[in-house]
Design a protein around this ligand. Sequence first.
Ligand code: MIC
Ligand code: SF4
Length: 639
Amino acid sequence: MGYTIAEKIIKAHLVSGEMKVGEEIGLRIDQTLTQDATGTMAYLEFESMGIPQVKTERSVAYVDHNTLQSGFENADDHKYIQTVAAKHGVYFSRPGNGICHQVHYERFGIPGKTLIGSDSHTPTGGGIGMLAIGAGGMDVAVAMGGGAYHIPMPRMIFVELTGELRPNVSAKDIILEVLRMLSVKGGVGAIVEYGGEGVATLSVPERATITNMGAELGATTSIFPSDEVTRQFMAAQDREADWSPLASDPDAEYAERYSINLSELEPLAACPNSPDNVKPVRELAGIKVDQVAIGSCTNSSFADMTKTASVLKGHKIADSVSLGISPGSRQVFSMMAESGALTDMIDAGARILECACGPCIGMGQAPKSNGISLRTFNRNFKGRCGTMDAGVYLVSTETAAASALTGYLTDPRELGDEIKVDFPEKYDVSDNYYIYPSADKKERGNVEIIMGPNIKPFPVGEKLQDSFTKKVILKTKDNITTDDICPSNAALLPFRSNIPKLSEHCFQTIIPDFKERAEKNNGGIIIGGDNYGQGSSREHAALLPLYLGIKAVIAKSFARIHKANLINSGILPLEFISSADYDSIDEYDELELTDIKESLVKGEFIVKNKTKNTEFKVKFNGSERELKILGYGGYLSFA
Ligand code: MIC
Ligand code: SF4
């Protein structure tokens, strides 16, 4: 039997386990990336392991999320990351250099290598043929220290692309179509591979748009072959020597197969408040738009910026619209200046923002009350833009730019002309925004780590108790996001290094008093629905509940990264066997768990609902390694 692309990379990096779907495998990790919002925790964790130098081929620390610096907190975090990187052999990408995923595939991504990053959109690197996976900070810290990264062996999904995109339909519409077909749960436990004749018609940045938003499918990662298009892109980035071809075998087997005829696709939009709530723009045409935001790691390449500029050139944006544009990287920004694209945008009335995540993570540019915001981003969860009652639509660059001119949600095919871009033969490559670690290890060792007062120690779990009785202090519905558990916006992002402060806002998008409930009841248990913890990789979504005394989350199912983060924090992630049991529980019911250690080994627990005087079964679906981590009360006590 032949291998898929991902299976080939996994096989070449396998350090433990068997490649059987669902069984835990350990992978050797070639590269890691962190960003600042998850990076401070990851480096604090790395430091607590006492390993002097990172052991990967390349580890990069990006600063791209918290660049607003509304107080000293962000700047302190940046300094900490800069110094900790210099000390331990990590490449530092300064604020202003761009969004980690965009910069990483431009500068460091290598086909066939493994990459894990403390950010859920790390799979962007799949656009260049890497096995790139989002993880919690602790797992990235372990990989930096040379440890394996563990995941359940994913099943393989194949998406065949046939035909060719018609004018003004784009890669974003392809991934929105996949989301429409598979939903935000459809990729859970899977790797999505793209193939077919349509692949050769897509550039690396377009492929990266698709693999980026594979995170919204819940997929472990997504990947494209490394082919002639990849070679040309890497040559244009002065990195041809890093290129090698990579394709699946003709007889590779996939658990699921889908096919998309690119010639039949039309512009699509994900409507509020979920990336899989997808409709044709044609059906939404005419919705009045207050804000348009172009950028984020999904659509901020030079091609996206050139398309935007060509739509705006010689026009004025609608009076009712505020248009914000954030280029993805210094390279993109510099080339926009060089090519005149920047002038076209400014002349049309656009607001040019820093090369950073910016509005995508609520760092500024919140829309007005009840505002309608069109964004080329990847997530439209309620409140994420900074305005709770805003309606956010996720669209392609073409749709966003066209709508900025008309003031209404507009199908870009109505513009008439084809928005065409030529891919540059040479990208502008410069290292001026990087600080490379000293080649002299002794010199690295002498670097003083600077830590501001906002950086507080992270909580560490207690050894697992064999029984406990706790109240259900929150019962949630399906698809709860880590943005719900640990909200992020301009006011809260500065506190990513300060768990006690951040814990005041735990679950704030759902209830105002989670912390009080936890304090009054001496911690507790959370009941969740399906796909609990989808979205961002932020391990804060496990650390805040840990800090507040949460002992277990019992859900219908978990999102992969969040489940790993709960285990690393020593919180039990248990799953309902029958959804009727989920229905039978009410908030403040008192649940008793006994014989915990034995039940973990068996994989099955009996939970007593003392309030209702009933019993029900739940399961623990985890590896022996995870069982041990839970036994010790989290990864740090286990290691
Ligand atoms: C996101 O897009 O939600 C983030 C912000 O990039 C997160 C990371 C974080 O919360 O710091 C992610 O996707 O993992
Ligand atoms: Fe940054 Fe948004 Fe991408 Fe997350 S999704 S890395 S916040 S640009």
